[in-house]
Design a binder for this molecule. Structure first.
Ligand code: GLY
Ligand code: MN
Ligand code: MN
Length: 461
């Protein structure tokens, strides 16, 4: 955990900026895998981590905006718990680490909520993403479970997004630790990518690297020779010569900050010339985007600039044609680049996505588009110093999408479908880095993972 004063200061911001009432921030509880004693690996709620900090199941935080005080609720271990799990610090100690004014038994929370509701006090809570939390909120607040989501506090969501979007030096250090673990994961995957090995062997090994740092992966490992399937979690294929392997994987730091890195490498270690051509277009889109990142710049514009680099590169190869700016504004490039350039990164890999993507990535000025491709851009708004975000352009040849667009005769002025057919079995390429917005521009976080054609071929030798 950070120093207690860090958590107190964050809660003080809530007290200063929320109009009135109580802010209820429930931590997560253990979730059984197949029976009560066999639980999934515990993951604390990110907003609870941010405002209180303790990484233990069964805790809830409360901030009384009107009285300006914070309470941590939880139950001390009983002898039975101690026999199975050993002696752990009491709730009082966790409260001291969180810098709260009081700690109380969890059973007291229900009564406090009842009293607040009967006095008409506003209880602010965030949209829950787990069923068990919906049911606990239903019990505490006497709101039917089907109405919990719509009763989440707009005011609290906006304040949490405002605070969590701007990273402190301590948080940036944590993200860099997570990127450094990802460095080991990715360079190991590169060295293992030989014909005859199965995807699952590499995926299992790199997840093990994350776990060996005592940290889980920050999202399920994406690793595939079918990289055109954007989030492919199937790891059953044997690697064969001539294929590309896309690995999109990251770890958490000890304090649960995420990394999210993607590399695409040729099985066996040597790019073919057509792979190199496509790879270098994606790399240019990445590098130009990173160069354009600075405070005040709209990420939507940087996304569109990356789309233009991709469309321009594909035009040089005869895959696209016509006026590039027109192609991009019409969305023709989305046949090959159907996703967004990136998203916020922090305690969550898609930071704060549980609070609502449009709260995090858009605002009154920059509104989400509904055009295919651009609609999937999670972050469009203007950047601020100390935002951390991913930059992840890609080019994919997705046979079902190609077939659909071709039969619908979509964008025939901009796409040479006959040429596209010759790339049908190409797969996909994505390259992703984690980037800090600085006063002067940007900085790629963590140890640089090999990225250029020559760096990748060198490490795979
Ligand atoms: N790792 C998922 C993503 O890049 O968004
Ligand atoms: Mn990723
Ligand atoms: Mn990402």
């Amino acid at each position: 955990m950070f120093e207690p004063s860090v958590y107190s200061a964050r809660r003080k911001e809530l007290i200063n900026n929320i109009s009135s009432g109580l802010v209820l921030l429930p931590g997560n509880i253990d979730s059984p895998m197949n029976c009560k004693a066999n639980t999934y690996r515990f993951r604390q709620d990110s907003s609870f981590l941010y405002f209180f900090g303790p990484d233990r199941q069964g805790l809830t935080g409360l901030v009384d905006i009107d009285e300006g005080k914070s309470i941590l609720f939880g139950d001390d271990d009983e002898l039975d718990d101690i026999i199975w799990m050993g002696t752990r610090p009491p709730i009082r100690t966790l409260g001291e680490k969180a810098g709260v004014d009081e700690t109380r038994a969890l059973t007291e929370l229900e009564e406090i909520m009842k009293q607040a509701t009967s006095r008409g006090r506003k209880i602010h809570f965030l949209p829950p993403y787990r069923t068990e939390k919906i049911l606990r909120l239903e019990g505490w607040l006497d709101i039917h479970h089907s109405k919990i989501a719509e009763n989440a506090s707009d005011e609290l969501i906006k304040e949490v997004v405002r605070q969590r979007s701007v990273k402190s030096p301590g948080e940036i250090t944590e993200i860099e630790k997570a990127v450094d673990i990802a460095y080991s994961m990715h360079t190991t995957a590169m060295k293992m990518a030989r014909p005859g090995i199965y995807e699952r062997e590499i995926a299992g090994t790199i997840e093990g690297i994350s776990l060996s740092h005592d940290n889980p992966v920050s999202f399920p490992v994406i690793l595939s020779i079918n990289g055109h399937i954007l989030h492919n979690h199937h790891h059953g294929n044997e690697l064969t010569a001539g294929k590309l392997m896309v690995t999109d994987a990251g770890s958490e730091s000890g304090m649960h900050y995420a990394s999210d890195i993607t590399r695409s490498v040729p099985v066996g270690g040597k790019f073919t010339s057509r792979q190199k051509d496509i790879y270098n277009i994606v790399l240019k889109a990445l590098q130009d985007s990173i160069t354009s990142i600075r405070p005040g710049e709209a990420y939507k514009d940087i996304h569109l600039q990356a789309a233009a680099v991709i469309a321009g590169g594909l035009k040089e190869l005869g895959i696209m044609k016509g006026d590039i700016q027109e192609a991009v504004s019409n969305g023709a490039h989305a046949l090959f680049f159907p996703h967004g350039l990136g998203h916020m990164l922090g305690l969550d890999v898609h930071d704060m996505e549980d609070l609502g993507e449009n709260y995090v990535g858009y605002d009154k000025e920059i509104i989400r588009s509904d055009q295919f491709g651009l609609a999937f851009l999670r972050l469009g708004r203007r950047l601020q110093e100390n935002f951390v975000l991913t930059v992840e352009p890609g080019i994919y040849f997705i046979p079902p999408l190609i077939d659909k667009w071709k039969s619908d005769k979509l964008f025939t002025d901009f796409i040479d479908y006959e040429k596209v057919e010759s790339y049908r079995d190409f797969g996909g390429i994505r390259i992703e880095d984690d980037v800090l917005v600085t006063a002067a521009g940007s900085r790629v976080l963590g140890t640089p993972v090999p990225q250029t054609v020559s760096e990748i071929e060198e490490i795979m030798k």
